[in-house]
Design a binder for this molecule. Sequence first.
Ligand code: HDE
Length: 663
Amino acid sequence: MNKKQEQLEHFKSNDSNQPLTTNQGLKVSEDEHSLKVGSRGPTIMEDFHFREKMTHFDHERIPERVVHARGTAAHGVFESYEDASDITKAKFLSEKGKQTPVFVRFSTVAGSRGSADTVRDVRGFSTKFYTEEGNYDLVGNNIPVFFIQDAIKFPDFVHAVKPEPHNEIPQAQSAHDTFWDFIANNQESAHMVMWHLSDRAIPRSYRMMEGFGVNTYRFVNEAGQAHFVKFHWKPKLGVHSLVWDEAQKIAGKDPDFHRRDLYDNIEQGNFPEYELGVQLIAQEDEFNFDFDILDPTKIWPEEEVPVRILGKMTLNQNVDNFFAETEQVAFHVGHVVPGIDFSNDPLLQGRLFSYTDTQLIRLGGPNFHELPINRPVCPFHNNQRDGYGRQTINVGPVSYHKNSIQQNTPAPVPPSEGGYEHYQEKVDGVKVRARSQSFEDHFTQARMFWLSMTDIEKEHIVKAASFEVGKVARREIRQQVVEMFANIDVELATQLAMNVGVEPPKIKQAVETNKTSPAVSQFVNPIFSTESKKVAIIVNETTENLDKILPTLNGQKISVELVSDKQQTVQNIVVNHTMDTASPVLYDGIIVAGKFEEPKSKNKLNHFIEETYNHYKPLAFLVAADSQSPIVNTGDEGVVQTVESFIEALRIGRHWNRPNAIG
Ligand code: HDE
């Protein structure tokens, strides 16, 4: 048990086998009926048990997060690979093998708390490190850039992407007029929009996406030397995505798809792992790039600024209580430890205000740091007092500095002994509401992203753009968006214009660049694996050899479910699902191991086969029946007849070269 888990233990309560009491500890003798004047008469005020129970219930909800409302979280541990004290004095990075407890919350951005997981959206990736020097929060996303350059535009951007205010439609979607109106009129979003239209915005799993700190921070070492730094999380399972048709269907079939995937895999011991990496730029190299390194709409191409891997995070324990932990956790980019500092990135500067402010309304006051999930594992002392929900009982008369009664304690700690010291950057300027000219180029990196995509990724972007912009009702917005895209690529914009029924772009020349950054493609250096992939075997009484098939698949760490036309036992195993309770979109591949005669069952099986084929996922036919479908042919890529070849096809994942697939 690590330090954080030990601390949380003190707050846990197990109600099983306990007598029922009120919140005052009074034993309750009856909990089915309110206190009445006669069994058919009115309820009386005196019923303190009813009033307490109902009042508590009435106050159960707190405001959802204004963004990132929908999320899920897990506990874990971060282990440092090396002593990184050459670049930062942060103690959790100072020693090979050093372990630090962490809590991570993944999220979507636009949707409400109850919205579906698999919508097209950015994913949040927030990590709280409970270090010996205090909590350090790395509040990141799965996309390395952002929509806007200055925090003052955040309310505008969020208003535009959220459901439209007159009718609160659509939920958790960017495919609507106000979002695209914002994009067309705020073209600093161009680069981010390219990522948003790419497969990154529909991850297969939280376990299979990268994380990025996005903003530019500073690392400072013991000698006071500083580097600009960008943070990266790299998933050990690689980066993998859904296809759009599949993502939309999963949103209905299992709105909790990502939440369930994380929870189930942690329960099964398939602990997700991510490596923490940093890109570093020395202070003196600040102006040596063809972009401004403080601009949050720009990446630092990994080919130019390599990622140095510092350690690994493993998520190994689910929460006990969603509200107490996942909902009440409060992240803040300003929660730092010595050795980690800020840059003048104007988005980061604004974030430094917003995260505390939002917790005050969401968690109801200034004492949210006392909630069990938010408490540091090191001691904390200061002269802050009182406020809603205060739990600490500060003893003694002193709550001010300076004092003589307590010999000036709690006492500030000099930097040489671990006190936080801000990096002493020299800043000089006139007060202006303005943006640096060096932030003006919105298209070079957007085009670089486009040019770095493989053909399949490009095809997906065109399809995604055609869907998103195609959903925009106002023709003039569709036209403006097409013009904007022409700055990135004229061919892309022309194709989009055709698909969404507007004029081809007037702009005939995209921004000039031939630069690429292969690291931004998901397909250039893929990590293939069968590990923790989920497969359905379709079975019935004709099925044979399950005793051989199941161990072979389990040996590859594949998670298997048996699906049949009805709830039944096949070869002494109870099936997990019927073809009604399961859906092909919930699996990474399908093995057909039963021959079905009854027409409705055949029809359902066919649906499983065609959907799997259309989403480019592996299919195996172990029975002579083959496919009944006119579109699926054995011999097409990833359509196989043995368990062994299925495993190989599953390892690769999607098989894009399918003549009839429409996913
Ligand atoms: Fe956030 N963001 N954000 N954001 N953000 C919040 O804080 C904000 C930005 C991110 O799992 C809020 O506690 C501003 C970038 C994540 O609990 C709020 C700006 C990135 C989460 C807020 C940004 C993020 C949040 C809402 C522009 C990627 C979920 C609830 C200046 C690096 C944290 C809350 C969790 C949450 C403000 C931009 C990531 C309102 C003003 C860029 C992952 O404070």
